[in-house]
Design a protein around this ligand. Structure first.
Ligand code: AHG
Ligand code: MN
Ligand code: MN
Length: 310
């Protein structure tokens, strides 16, 4: 008689955090709580009509926006973990205190690319984890871990806890299973992603840079930072930019929840992330609404961008 087999043979996220990243138990548990929240979010994205173009719900009522719903799901899981002292979410103007003596603080963008929900293009969630209860005054280099969850045709979670960058696929029984043990970014780029492009109207350096890229590289741009940066991680090359000009003198993206976690991940993958003059991981967080220019990806192209932007 055959003995029933376990559903999967891959390495689970929990096992990877323990055996490969050697994450302390509290940090491992916190990341598992975040991964669980992400599974609820991906389920909500798959099953609700909310936000899709041309839909109101069946009762004609106003539906909860998916970024608000995602924020609630994450906040509930962080609260129940009892491991979070403070949190900063893109959906709140202020830092929220949860359990003051808990070991970690979490910064997050619950749904990045939320304006793409109605188009059914890929979107994501971004997280950064700091030890202690302080968020302001910290630098992204002080994160003890960062991760993003990418909701595309497949759901992929990518994390670093300081020992490289690792990717997991959400499988058909709801487990995150190791997809790539080490994600790396090579020094030279073939693809570029240029956001806040209206800035070229007044930013001559950006115009010259984008013209150089148009001649020498191939554009891949979706309008969701998670998807655009995931493209770089999965292809092992590329450059992503969102620089100042026009409506956004400091660029459109926020240091604390968007650029900080991705800067940490990019460096862990062997790439670079700069605000044009300094590594983003060295830039202190002065407020949770702080925006910053960002150049991220293959080192040679980030250097070129720094030079051309002057
Ligand atoms: P959010 O949905 O969290 O507000 O973020 C959207 C962001 C980011 O994902 C993307 O890189 C950027 O907006 C797109 O900017 P452009 O409008 O300049 O393309
Ligand atoms: Mn965002
Ligand atoms: Mn968002």
């Amino acid at each position: 008689m055959k003995t029933p087999q376990p559903p999967s043979t891959g390495i689970s996220l929990n096992e990877h955090l323990r055996a490969e990243s050697k994450a302390p138990d509290d940090l491992r548990h916190l990341i598992i709580h975040i991964a669980t929240a992400a599974k609820y979010i991906q389920f909500a994205l798959r099953t609700t009509e909310a936000g899709l173009a041309g839909t109101t719900n069946q009762f004609g009522e106003e539906q909860v926006k998916l970024d608000v719903l995602s924020d609630k799901i994450i906040r509930q899981h962080l609260t129940e973990s009892r491991l979070v002292a403070s949190l900063a979410s893109e959906e709140h103007d202020e830092i929220v205190e949860l359990s003051p003596s808990a070991p970690y603080s979490v910064v997050y963008d619950p749904l990045d690319g939320s304006s793409l929900v109605e188009t059914n293009l890929a979107i994501g969630s971004i997280f950064g984890i700091y030890a202690g209860s302080e968020i302001l005054g910290r630098k992204p280099s002080q994160q003890v871990a960062a991760l993003y969850v990418f909701y595309g045709p497949r759901t992929i979670l990518t994390y670093s806890a300081g020992k490289g960058v690792h990717s997991f696929l959400l499988n058909d029984v709801g487990e995150f299973i190791l997809l790539r043990g080490y994600v790396g970014i090579g020094d030279s780029a073939k693809n570029f992603s240029a956001g806040n492009l209206k800035a070229v109207g007044e930013n001559e350096g950006y115009r010259a840079l984008v013209e150089h890229w148009m001649e020498h590289l191939t554009m891949r741009y979706s309008g969701c930072m998670v998807a655009d940066v995931h493209h770089i991680f999965s292809k092992g090359q590329g450059v992503f930019a969102n620089v100042g000009g026009g409506e956004y003198p400091e660029g459109k993206l926020r240091l604390v929840f968007e650029c900080g976690p991705f800067a940490y991940l990019a460096e862990q993958a062997g790439g670079a992330a700069s605000d044009g003059t300094q590594p983003l991981t060295a830039k202190p967080i002065t407020s949770i609404t702080q925006r910053t220019p960002i150049l991220l990806g293959s080192k040679e192209e980030v250097r070129r961008a720094e030079e051309m932007l002057g």
